[in-house]
Design a protein around this ligand. Structure first.
Ligand SMILES: Cc1ncc(COP(=O)(O)O)c(C=O)c1O
Length: 464
């Protein structure tokens, strides 16, 4: 059993149900104490991504919306017409933001609210598989530029689809169009372009990919899980971001996460389809079951009305102007942070990113910089091939003083890296964070993290 099981010092470990229920006030105090300690990690703004909104008043407002519908099962739409309204309007607002109106009066766009970015991607890949199967494709393959998210590899793994990975241009980190095209054959169901990718924050050439998709008769999914709720506003603010959504001919589906820059609670995302017929491929029917005729719109059965209510409330309370104002601050904060990086000759920003950027060094291992930044309380995401650190700028970094702290701490960290460049750094590239652990022992390190999670999921935390 792993020794990493948390909170064993402070709180009782429940190895089974407590015999008597505990007082609510005591439980509430325990929850508040854990939440306050954990929130302090990102409230300083020294954290990449993950906490997109960071506004406790907004969270409390969404929690109230959630509380009114958290017990509601969206499957029972007769009992909760509000869920139909929430989901319909979340999809409509997202389609509008993603330029679905530009497809003309004959277009029939549609969508679904899923439980997150990976779920949106899974449903898109499922829809393409079903569409292709109806045309006789029996050995489906799906193409992703290497930088596209692992959720595509996972979806293909789960759905029995061959994932073909195309290299990207190492300078720009964008999809190499020739490499992508060379992988297309008569069993290719679709390909993905990212807007933007997680690692580098760069945007694939969606216009060219759309033209290729149309010419070769395959689908083009745009993964805008990260960028979908912020890049449209960046375009409106005049940042040089090319069209990446339904305005681009050939784009047939888009994933955009309400639980990232949509500022909703964790657990929601929108999968948007240019055409309803493609969307319908993810539906499931079983009409001859003894338990009654069964239908569900996707992989989940029961879904919580609370998440739909909270997401809807977040979107309509912010409105277009709210999103644009948040984006304006995030983009200008990212510009200031990128300028701080660029002021060091030893550092190099990779590609041409916008609100999410990554940087490396040709002089020392960039993880030395991370080691020192960690000491100063910063938490970045780490990458490999080449080693790099990535910063997805969110609202907590737009607070006064955070950019100044970044600039100062980065200067110290560069000096530290120069001084220690002949030693091994301590950090390693772990998705969603740069954890401690020797770089060359990173595999062992991630195995350790997985083992402790697997132990906890066995439901038998340590006795002592
Ligand atoms: C570009 C991109 N796609 C997909 C995902 C997967 O989203 P989720 O973690 O919500 O499943 C992420 C997550 O960060 C992402 O950045």
């Amino acid at each position: 059993m792993s020794n990493d099981y948390p909170y064993t010092e402070q709180y009782p470990v429940n190895r089974g149900l407590p015999e008597e229920g505990r007082p609510r006030a005591e439980i509430a105090a325990e929850l508040a104490s854990m939440a306050e300690a954990e929130d302090a990690v990102w409230e300083s703004g020294r954290c990449s991504g993950t906490m997109y909104c960071g506004d406790h008043e907004h969270y409390a407002f969404m929690a109230d919306a959630y509380a009114r519908f958290g017990h509601v099962n969206v499957l029972q739409r007769d009992m909760c017409p509000s869920a139909t309204r929430f989901e319909g309007e979340i999809i409509a607002m997202t389609l509008d933001m993603l330029g679905a109106g530009s497809m003309g009066p004959d277009a029939d766009p549609a969508g679904m609210v899923t439980s997150g970015g990976s779920a949106s991607i899974l449903h898109a890949v499922l829809a393409y598989r079903e569409q292709a199967a109806a045309k006789g494709v029996g050995r489906p393959n799906f193409i992703k530029p290497e930088t596209a998210h692992p959720a595509f590899d996972k979806a293909c793994h789960l759905l029995g689809i061959e994932l073909r990975r195309a290299p990207v241009d190492p300078e720009t980190t964008k999809a190499d169009l020739d490499a992508v095209e060379s992988l297309i054959d008569d069993q290719t169901i679709a390909m993905v372009g990212s807007a933007c990718n997680y690692g580098y924050g760069t945007i694939d050439p969606i216009g060219e990919m759309g033209a290729m998709a149309l010419q070769r008769g395959i689908g083009l999914h745009v993964d805008a899980c990260l960028g979908g709720f912020i890049l449209p506003w960046g375009r409106e603010l005049g940042y040089p971001i090319e069209a990446f959504d339904f305005r681009v001919p050939g784009v047939s589906s888009i994933s955009a996460d309400t639980h990232k820059y949509g500022y909703g609670f964790k657990g929601t995302s929108v999968i948007a389809f240019a055409d309803r017929a493609l969307r319908n491929g993810q539906y499931f029917y079983l009409t001859d079951w003894s338990g009654g005729k069964y239908f569900s719109p996707g992989i989940d059965g029961s879904r919580s009305g609370g998440l739909l209510a909270a997401t809807w409330a977040a979107m309509v309370s912010l409105g277009r102007q709210g999103y644009i104002e948040y984006a304006r601050r995030i983009f200008s904060t990212a510009d200031a942070m990128k300028a701080a990086v660029a002021s060091h000759d030893e550092l190099r920003i990779i590609g041409d990113p916008t609100f999410c950027f990554s940087f490396t060094s040709d002089v020392f291992d960039i993880y030395h910089v991370n080691d020192e930044m960690r000491q100063k309380g910063w938490r970045f995401n780490g990458q490999q091939y080449p080693n790099a650190i990535h910063m997805a700028v969110t609202r907590p970094q737009t607070e006064p003083g955070v950019v100044d702290a970044f600039r100062e701490d980065l200067s110290d960290a560069v000096a530290f890296a120069v001084a220690h460049k002949d030693e091994d750094p301590f950090s390693a590239a772990i998705y969603g964070g740069v954890a401690g652990g020797l770089t060359d022992e990173a595999d062992e390190f991630i195995r350790g993290i997985m083992e402790s999670m697997m132990d906890a999921q066995q439901g038998l935390p340590p006795l002592d």
